[in-house]
Design a protein around this ligand. Structure first.
Ligand code: PLP
Length: 354
């Protein structure tokens, strides 16, 4: 840091992304990316659009908005796109954080804390239940913006739509944001509720279930009045926030629904396969509705397992943070990747008995 940095920034702990090693060096199960490439149509985009890159991208994301609103059966003025859903969440903090503050769980997506610090928004963190579930009644009558990931990260546990509705009913005076980064892997989407509740914002991303993490594309779905608020932030910050290639990749993804479903179904199958086989060697994975498993072992510590896997060229995520220090978050990959992972874990468990 230099001596010139603003005072408030000195105290901000920046987000620590999972390690990004050289391609091929590790089996990479640490950042919840999709193990499958984007649909084949995406590979033509660079060629087709290279000649358009001298012009600014479409600030209104017109084609993408049309394709998305058709697919999700919403009106075109109910959606806004961002440079990843991280940017959408930043817009939400800027629009709905300053006056009332934000309430979110102690164990959740790490970026919530970072944004609250960066934008100097008051934060109230609610502990999870002992079984890592979220207690909906902790979020009633909040009088501040409520922010929940559903399914939650890094647990993978999901609230039902009935519980989300209960939270919405209990917060008529403030905004409720449901971050659905992982919803396609088994959760129930609250997008449908945005037609009824004018205080609900649902955010989502093309990074996980749509195989486009590197393209950076996220969205918010909400009542048009809320989308106008978020647009005000966007046009005050970066009107060209979604680049031309990414807009086209998003359209291509939405146009190949079969590919999306095939990849998702395979990941859900691999998740069950991994969970079953982990249980046989002393692990207790939580009941994940996401593209990762959050798991602890009956007698091996989190840091030990993380390190032992890394030595065997497999990267998973470990959070050095009470009460989850003995848990690993393992991204669901291809069947082959899951088999190598299981083989290495069996080896590690064996060796530790010797
Ligand atoms: C991955 C993730 C995001 C951000 O995704 P982007 O790549 O920025 O679209 C947001 N929320 C949660 C809970 C996530 O896990």
């Amino acid at each position: 840091m230099s001596q010139f940095i603003a005072n408030y920034l000195k105290k901000v702990q920046a987000y620590q992304p999972g390690e990004q090693p050289k391609p091929g060096e590790y089996i990479k199960l640490n950042t919840n990316e999709n193990p499958f490439p984007p649909p084949p149509e995406v590979s033509k985009i660079v060629e087709n659009y290279a000649n358009h890159l001298h012009l600014y991208s479409d600030t209104s994301c017109k084609k993408l908005t049309k394709a998305f609103s058709d697919r999700y059966e919403i009106s075109t003025d109910s959606v806004l796109f961002g440079n990843g859903s991280d940017e959408i969440l930043a817009f939400c903090f800027l629009a709905y954080g300053p006056d009332c503050g934000v309430r979110f769980p102690t164990i959740s997506y790490g970026f919530y804390q970072v944004f609250a610090d960066l934008f100097q928004v008051k934060q109230e963190k609610m502990p999870l239940n002992l079984d890592f579930t979220i207690n909906p009644s902790d979020y009633l009558g909040a009088m501040k913006t409520v922010l929940l990931a559903n399914p939650n990260a890094p647990t993978g546990l999901a609230l039902s739509l009935v519980q989300i509705r209960e939270i919405l009913e209990g917060n008529p005076e403030n905004i409720v944001i449901i971050d659905e980064a992982y919803v396609d892997f088994g959760g129930e989407s609250a997008v449908i509720l945005t037609k009824t509740y004018k205080n609900l914002i649902v955010t989502g991303t093309f990074s996980k279930s749509r195989n486009l993490a590197g393209a950076r594309l996220g969205y918010a779905v909400a009542h048009p009045s809320l989308i106008q608020d978020l647009n005000k932030v966007k046009y005050s910050f970066n009107p060209y926030n979604v680049n031309t290639l990414t807009q086209a990749a998003g359209v291509a993804s939405l146009e190949n629904e079969a590919y999306f479903q095939d990849c998702r179904d395979e990941i859900i199958r691999n998740r069950s396969y991994l969970a079953e086989n982990l249980q046989k060697i002393g692990f207790s994975p939580l009941d994940s509705q996401a593209n990762f498993l959050f798991t602890t072992h009956e007698n091996l510590s989190g840091p030990f397992l993380y390190q032992a896997l890394k030595e065997r060229k497999i990267l998973v995520r470990h959070f050095d943070e009470n009460p989850i220090e003995n848990y690993l978050r393992i991204t669901i990959g291809t069947r082959e990747q899951m088999d190598v992972l299981l083989l290495k874990l069996e080896e590690i468990v064996e060796e530790s008995h010797a």
